[in-house]
Design a protein around this ligand. Structure first.
Ligand code: FAD
Length: 628
């Protein structure tokens, strides 16, 4: 069609974060012509912002660590709702993926004897996060991009063209996936700068678009996390699972208002920082739930000793999984024991020497100094929960990343299952590497198995063009207003603590917003027009928000990143159920699906006592049969 440039690839990877880059590298290494498309600048993906590190049971700091311990921690963190096969692959393969990064040039912090150093993080039994100060994501992206360049140099040697096998299309937003019958045949999008359209003919697409945080007001996520991949998958006929589970990171900045939600890394607590309320009390000791009682210190003295002697002490409760800490902070603030700016105090200044703080947490030191005029080596920070990560995403096959639609793959935050109802810190960076690689390989193998190439239908391209252009032609409502209403609604009505009448109210608002989205107008031309781009993104945010709210209304229990005021406990019956979202004619349908039973050798890694806290009686009877 007019004005639409056209490219042909074997594999199109949408997203240039850790998952997308690792997938693209794999597809190229398997001989596939690969495009990397990203809506932000190349190198500006979310992954860059990751601070704490990548979790991998390398056992460098504590040799008792191994994949089985990591697997158990991950399942506990996700409250046993995780796709156990993904958790298994992740725990087994993460060390290799980290060593591979090192071979490609990543410079991790070191132990005294020269191994990759590993730090403590919430929910991880041993020090496990490979890191580079508090800027791990930056080093990860730098290394993966360097690897892409190295492959391009190889291709230049062989083909005389750097971009023969991998080409990056940056500042290019995909708005629709295209299909030939049931199968993927390409992707359609626009250049942000010119507004011109672009079409990819490709039999395989890997979604690696990250999260959905921008549907909430208070979030650690940056502008591009508008749930595009989630929505593209839904609209192409794939399913989303676990959408009710959203991780509210316990520690975001609460002040000044302009930076509210910006992340304060968990490393602050991992390295000794403690949480206090307005009365100066380390309140987390009051919030250790039964399932974790025997694993956490009961006194401040024991918790403090743990930093130097982990064999003989239990960890401090500040390092409980994130959902527990976020709910505790929420409760303290609600009870009137919050800090002046509406959070609680996070103090590292009385816990470590100033020089040590600057060395271990350089970004945090600068962030507070520059944004809030707070010197974290001398005074406490004020922090509160912020929407950080979505556990839910595209339902994929664990081994290949394949979605239900042939030719569609997903990896990283846009995929669902791996983290169950709650993700442990550090498990995302390792997830990106493990499943990015697997999705790239899955896509390559799929392409190899095809008899012929699918075709893009002209009508589908025309429809995608018209859809994208629609807001420009209208003198409708301002997209920013619609966006703010959606963000407020989700924050207030489908936030940390959920009530059924509030969720229903949110769904009514979302229903109305859908109509308003269909009528928003963007002034100006196609040339670099953020209002127009937001108008396009709104379709995705509203769709994804509907999934979150519908699933949240159905799940009548509290687990991980889903807390129901009217059902405060976990219900073993619900552990077996996944809520699967699909869409037809613009509305979202949710169906229950029973999780497959965990393999015997994996279930055998847990003690009976622990399992009995999560499983139904029926499942326990089965377990006893196996144990015999
Ligand atoms: P992203 O890195 O989010 O990349 C998404 C890519 O998709 C981008 O290139 C974007 O431009 C592109 N994209 C999106 N939509 C489109 C579209 N429509 N068309 C084209 N391109 C599109 N996890 C850890 O494990 N350890 C940590 O220490 C840690 N710290 C964090 C700190 C912060 C501040 C934040 C926000 C997150 C942190 N996380 C951490 C979580 C982790 O960083 C993310 O979950 C992870 O980086 C997501 O990676 P990804 O590859 O899935 O996607």
């Amino acid at each position: 069609s007019l004005n639409t440039e056209r490219h042909e690839y074997d594999v199109v990877v949408i997203g240039a974060g850790g998952a997308g880059l690792r997938a693209a590298i794999e597809a190229r290494q398997q001989g596939k012509r690969t495009a990397i498309v990203c809506k932000s600048l190349f190198g500006k993906a979310h992954t860059v912002m990751a601070e704490g590190g990548a979790a991998a049971a390398m056992g460098n700091v504590n040799s008792d660590d191994n994949w089985m311990v990591h697997f158990r921690d991950t399942m506990r963190g996700g409250k046993f709702l995780n796709n156990w096969r993904m958790a298994e692959l992740h725990a087994k393969e993460a060390p290799d993926r980290v060593w591979e990064l090192e071979a490609w040039g990543a410079l991790f912090d070191r132990t005294k004897d020269g191994k990759i150093s590993q730090r403590n993080f919430g929910g991880h039994e041993y020090p496990r996060l490979a890191h580079v100060g508090d800027r791990t994501g930056l080093e990860m992206i730098r290394t993966l991009q360097q690897r892409v360049v190295a492959l391009q140099q190889e291709d230049y040697e062989t083909h005389g063209d750097y971009e023969a096998y991998i080409k990056v299309f940056a500042e290019c937003t995909v708005t629709r996936l295209l299909k030939d019958g049931d199968a993927v045949s390409g992707a359609f999008g626009y250049w942000r700068e010119t507004g011109n359209f672009i079409l990819f003919d490709a039999p395989a697409v890997v979604l690696a678009t990250g999260g959905i945080g921008k549907s909430y007001v208070v979030t650690s996520n940056s502008w591009e996390y508008t749930g595009d991949g989630h929505a593209l998958a839904l609209l192409a006929g794939a399913n989303l699972i676990n959408m009710e589970f959203i991780q509210f990171h316990p520690t975001g900045m609460v002040w000044p208002p302009s930076v509210r939600g910006i992340l304060v890394t968990e490393s602050v607590r991992g390295d000794g920082g403690v949480l206090r309320n307005s009365e100066g009390k380390r309140f987390m000791f009051d919030y250790v739930p039964d399932v974790f009682k025997d694993k956490y210190a009961t006194s401040e003295e024991e918790g403090d000793r743990w930093y130097t002697d982990q064999a003989n002490n239990r960890r401090p409760p500040e390092l409980l999984p994130r959902d527990e800490v976020a709910r505790a902070i929420n409760a303290e603030v609600k009870a009137g024991r919050g800090s002046p700016q509406g959070g609680v105090f996070l103090d590292v200044s009385t816990r470590l020497p100033a020089e040590e703080i600057k060395k271990r947490l350089p970004s945090m030191y600068h962030q507070f100094k520059e944004l809030a005029d707070v010197d974290i080596t001398a005074e406490p920070m004020q922090v509160g929960p912020t929407c950080h990560y979505i556990m839910g995403g595209v339902e994929v096959s664990a081994d290949t990343g394949a979605a239900a639609v042939p030719g569609l793959f997903a990896a990283g935050e846009v995929s669902g299952g791996m983290h169950g109802s709650n993700r442990l810190g550090g498990n995302s960076l390792s997830d990106l590497l493990v499943f990015g690689r697997r999705a790239g390989a899955g896509a390559a193998a799929y392409v190899d198995g095809l008899a012929g190439r699918p075709k893009v239908a002209d009508e589908a391209v025309e429809a995608a063009r018209e859809e994208a252009l629609a807001p420009l032609g209208r003198s409708g409502e301002n997209p920013y207003e619609v966006h703010h209403e959606l963000q407020r609604t989700m924050n207030e009505l489908v936030g940390i603590i959920r009530k059924p009448d509030e969720i229903s109210e949110a769904l009514q608002v979302v229903e109305k917003l859908k109509e308003r989205v269909a009528l928003v107008g963007a002034a100006g031309s196609r040339i670099y027009n953020p209002g127009w781009h937001l108008a396009i993104d709104l379709r995705n945010m509203v769709l994804v928000s509907e999934c979150v709210a519908r699933a949240a209304l159905l799940r009548e229990e509290s687990r991980g990143g889903h807390t129901r005021d009217d059902f405060p406990g976990m219900n073993p019956e619900w552990r077996r159920k996944l809520l699967v979202c699909s869409t037809e004619d613009g509305s979202v349908h949710v169906e229950e699906k029973v999780q497959p039973r965990m393999r015997d050798d994996l279930i055998g890694l847990f003690e009976r006592d622990e399992l009995s806290k999560y499983l139904t009686d029926e499942e326990m009877t089965e377990f006893d049969g196996i144990a015999k």
